[in-house]
Ligand binder design. Structure first.
Ligand code: CP
Ligand code: NVA
Length: 312
């Protein structure tokens, strides 16, 4: 493949692959597509979009499958992609096979370097459907949800509590900073965000008017927050559940913690949720929780993202 060709393709591998203006455009498009759900058909033909999984999924799988169909396309959902490459085939070669047949490639895998290699050799957009490092599609849906509920994202404070070193924490830092939010991550010392990602998020925030900070005090982090977010304490592929639960217990999102947040604060969780661990049943199933809208918005946000990527 010609390097110049691949350089023009837009991929979405991490949250800052969209500039602040582009991120806002995609979220606005997502809102429009939510209102006119069957009115956009960029994949009419139908063109095929490959959706590849190396890890389990419910929401990502259903929303991409449904969304690609609603965009007029044909979803090719493949589980256990590692098995396809189990014969020693590198992501670069899979990219060169797929990009002659499909309009876009969506991949959930472990290492960010794998999806980066795929993208470097693909002449069609590659979308990160979760890696160990980032979950950027989820953050687009989360920003859409915050916008729907609170009317804006820029200038609001989003506090994420729990495993500060996981994909959701990193994507909140980068994606939230891109949106001009004030992002606080509260985690114990051994579960703090990656220092490089924190620095990158701070640099983005300096341009958007947002801010980022990593804290260890959950109450200080939650105080005055407009959005409270959490995620599982044991991400896919991680060991040491007992140790994690013991360390992360003080970061549980519960009614007591929520008393410190803003009066109209909303609660996000990307799901699947573990009631009694990172969040109580009272909060997850209570009035501040917007998790079902958040899960639905995966559909609209990803449709908007795919539409945007193939038209740029
Ligand atoms: N939130 C999310 O990505 O859910 P799944 O792992 O079920 O796709
Ligand atoms: N941090 C979680 C997110 C699941 C959507 C995981 O990687 O398992």
């Amino acid at each position: 493949m010609n390097g110049a060709d691949s350089a023009r393709i837009r991929h979405f591998l991490r949250d800052d692959d969209l500039s602040p203006a582009e991120q806002a455009e995609v979220i606005e498009l997502a809102a429009a597509m939510k209102k006119d759900r069957f009115g956009y058909r960029p994949f009419e033909g139908p063109q095929t979009v490959a959706v590849l999984f190396d890890k389990p999924s419910a929401r990502t799988r259903v929303s991409f499958h449904t969304g690609i169909g609603e965009l007029g396309g044909l979803p090719l959902v493949v589980d256990n992609v590692s098995a396809l490459m189990g014969r020693g085939e590198p992501p670069a070669d899979l990219a060169r096979v797929l990009d002659r047949q499909v309009a876009a490639i969506v991949w959930r895998t472990s290492g960010q370097e794998l999806i980066a290699e795929m993208a470097a050799h693909s002449r069609v957009p590659v979308v990160n459907a979760l890696t160990d490092e980032f979950h950027p599609c989820q953050i687009l849906a989360d920003l859409q949800t915050v916008h729907e509920r609170l009317g804006r994202t820029a200038g609001l404070t989003l506090t994420y509590l729990g495993d500060g070193a996981n994909n959701m924490a990193h994507s909140y830092l980068i994606g939230g900073a891109t949106a001009g939010m004030h992002v606080r991550v509260a985690a114990p010392p051994t579960y703090q965000p990656d220092a490089v990602i924190l620095d990158q998020a701070a640099a983005i925030a300096a341009r958007t008017g947002g801010s980022v900070v990593a804290l260890s005090d959950p109450v200080a982090a939650a105080t005055g927050a407009h959005v409270i977010a959490t995620d599982t304490w044991v991400s896919m592929g991680q060991d040491g559940k007992d140790e994690r639960v013991a360390a992360l217990k003080p970061y549980q999102v519960n009614d007591e913690l929520l008393q410190h947040a803003a009066r109209d604060a909303i609660v996000l969780h990307c799901l699947p949720a573990y009631r009694g661990y990172e969040i109580t049943a009272e909060v997850l199933d209570g009035p501040r929780s917007v998790v079902w809208d958040q899960a639905e918005n995966r559909l609209h946000a990803q449709k908007a993202l795919l539409h945007w990527l193939v038209s740029h």
